[in-house]
Design a protein around this ligand. Structure first.
Ligand code: K7E
Ligand code: CUA
Length: 639
């Protein structure tokens, strides 16, 4: 039955044996990793599926005092942008790398929605390794989406804005002056390094979401577009006028050809490129100066529009690569387009007109069919390995299962409440792993114990192995999750890095062994190369630091065992603590603000004598003659 109102709750999850299906006994591992975006916390979080257990919070676009990410001297450059240091953002979408359309377990990518950036996370270390700013973008929502073999990562602007040399224009000149932009970021298959290969300059409206083609549609990209009304005020009303907006189909192989022929225009742009290296355990930030642009209105065979009702949000491609699902937030049905029909329509020039000179394919000519009365407020669609699709319905608060070929609705289950994204393990790939669909809900209400005005976020796991979807677990998440991907643990766990090898440590201030520990003055900078091993810091006493000095504590963790980090914190320090992994060097900057003795210590309970892992810094007045010295273990006589 068609359901148009929110189900009543709370409803028990323990239906039959449902609860046992999410139970992972103590000491046993989960089957999948779930990499979940943190929304406004700018992080990713890693959960186990089906248990819903939280393993890790992984800082990406946000500083993280727990580990010192964004506070340590080594990681500060990761958050550099053309606007300076930007230590927070809004992370919506995850893309896991694929080879031949299938998960390969190498990297996770994420987007910064606000100050446009994309990030690459190494799945061996679960750390952010690279952040690339996206120029000519008014907000990076349609991002990141990857091609079949991770050749490109694509980042589309949410807001159109004026670009080029003339940016000081009236907002009411939107139609003439505002443009969209889609960046094609080349991924180096060896190390994953990202570089903007080219940008497409596109008509001015809003770009929302996207997916790459696969199989037969490899070489194409599909973007959902809204506000084709080109409204610039009260979008709620003015951008919902037309019956149909567009899906934009992009032939990126063609765009590549034009770029290879030198048809791109090189424009000035300023954007930061930040890379972390595990050799020097440090990041560098480089400011890039130009970008190559291809204006799609000058090249007739790169871009085509397909009408799509009404303010589409998700735009998802099924595992075969033949079907493209448009989800109009305000539409009472969902169109499914056929890639082969789109190709036929283009060959036959079966157009209903053009928009800004770009052909608009006839709706019926591109259409495979419509899913009738699927539910209200369709947002996103994922796929299983049996030819079924699962669509999230925000307004009617449910997941609807339907058959991609026959378009028949097969099942529906309520979500608690108002689902946004959803995730089937492998759902966006050519080879879904199936088994579960996970709902990331926008409203929590009464699902968990109340925690004041701000509630935890609500995610839910449904077993989809049978014909009927069955709710088996509620689990809370951090931040506001938008998209997430789940990947079999077997593709990730065996490659997990356990330690960094000390002999590979090329950090300029590393002390590889206690014999290399030292304190060196360089003007008003004091560099302390300190080692940490169970259960002492070397040196543990430092004298000769004066007011006006900047002290850099470069801590090298000498351990070569898995799961033995050491921490470092010093009293009165205004930034953070740092956590240093075995074999790694990290640096905390400390500016003393008063004369006296300042204790420091290890913050990670590392052994029975962890509480003894400490030392003192003596701070003398400015200009004092206290000699610089450091010690460990030696008892001095004072007369
Ligand atoms: Cu949350 Cu992907 Cu930003 Cu839909 S978007 S819900
Ligand atoms: Cu090292 Cu506690």
């Amino acid at each position: 039955m068609w359901q148009s109102c929110k189900p009543k709750a709370p409803t028990s999850v323990a239906i039959g044996d449902a609860a046992t299906r999410s139970f992972v006994p103590p000491g046993k591992y989960d089957e999948f990793y779930n990499i979940v975006s943190g929304g406004f916390n700018g992080q990713m979080a890693v959960y186990g599926i089906p248990s819903g257990r939280l393993f890790k919070i992984l800082p990406v676009f946000s500083v993280f005092p727990e580990s010192g990410y964004g506070y340590s001297e080594e990681t500060k450059p990761m958050l550099n942008t053309s606007h300076g240091f930007v230590p927070w953002d809004d992370l919506h979408h995850i893309a896991l790398s694929t080879t031949k359309g299938e998960h390969d377990g190498r990297w996770a990518f994420g987007n910064a929605n606000n100050t446009p950036r994309v990030a690459r996370i190494n799945m061996k270390t679960f750390r952010t390794e690279e952040i690339l700013e996206i120029p000519n973008s008014g907000g990076n929502h349609s991002s990141p989406f990857i091609t079949e073999n991770t050749e490109y990562l694509v980042a589309g602007t949410r807001f159109s804005i004026p670009m080029g040399s003339n940016k000081d224009v009236p907002i009411s000149s939107y139609k003439e002056n505002f443009k969209g932009s889609i960046s094609f970021v080349k991924i180096d298959p060896k190390d994953g390094h990202m570089n903007i290969a080219f940008q497409l300059r596109t008509p001015g409206f809003n770009y929302d979401l996207s997916r790459a083609g696969k199989g037969p549609s490899h070489g194409w990209f599909f973007f959902s577009c809204y506000n084709t009304e080109q409204a610039y005020t009260l979008l709620e009303v003015n951008a919902s006028q037309k019956d149909k907006d567009f899906i934009m189909a992009v032939n990126w192989k063609k765009a590549e050809e034009y770029i290879a022929q030198g048809k791109g225009r090189v424009e000035k742009a300023k954007y930061a490129h930040n890379i972390y290296s595990d050799d020097v355990h440090s990041a560098t930030s480089t400011m890039q100066q130009e970008v190559t642009v291809l204006d799609v209105t000058e090249f007739p065979d790169i871009v085509y529009f397909i009408p799509c009702p009404k303010s589409p949000h998700g735009c998802d491609v099924d595992p075969t690569g033949e079907y493209i699902v448009g989800s109009g937030k305000l539409a009472a049905m969902m169109p499914v387009f056929s890639f082969s029909k789109i190709q036929k329509a283009i060959a036959a020039k079966d157009y209903e007109g053009d928009f800004a000179g770009i052909p608009v394919i006839k709706y019926e000519s591109a259409l495979h069919g419509e899913v009738k009365k699927p539910g209200l407020g369709p947002l996103h669609t994922e796929f299983d390995e049996k030819g079924n699709a699962y669509t999230s319905m925000f307004v009617s608060s449910e997941i609807v299962k339907w058959n991609v070929k026959t378009l028949e609705v097969l099942d529906r289950v309520p979500t608690y409440y108002s689902i946004g994204h959803l995730s089937v393990p492998g759902g966006p790939t050519s080879k879904p792993h199936g088994k579960y669909v996970i709902a990331y809900n926008k409203i929590t209400k009464d699902r968990f114990l109340p925690t004041g005005p701000e509630l935890t976020q609500s995610a839910q796991i449904y077993d989809i192995s049978g014909d009927k979807m069955q709710l088996i677990l509620d689990f809370p998440t951090t931040g506001e999750p938008h998209y997430a991907e789940a990947i079999p643990a077997s593709l990730v766990a065996p490659n997990s890095v356990k330690i960094f090898k000390l002999e590979d440590n090329k950090h300029p201030y590393a002390a590889i062994g206690e014999g290399q520990a030292k304190v060196v003055r360089d003007g008003n900078k004091v560099h302390v190369s300190m080692t940490a091993i169970r259960s002492h810091l070397t040196p543990d006493n430092i004298e000769g630091v004066r007011m006006g000095d900047e002290v850099y504590f470069h801590i090298t963790n000498l351990e070569q065992d898995w799961d033995v980090p050491h921490g470092f914190a010093i009293k009165g320090n205004a930034n953070a603590e740092i956590l240093v992994m075995p074999g790694e060097t990290q640096t905390l900057k400390f500016i003393p603000d008063e004369v006296g003795i300042v204790p420091f210590y290890c913050t990670d309970f590392c052994s029975a004598l962890h509480q003894e892992m400490s030392g003192y810094l003596r701070v003398s007045p400015a200009g004092s003659k206290t000699p610089l010295k450091f010690s460990t273990g030696k008892i001095e006589e004072v007369n």
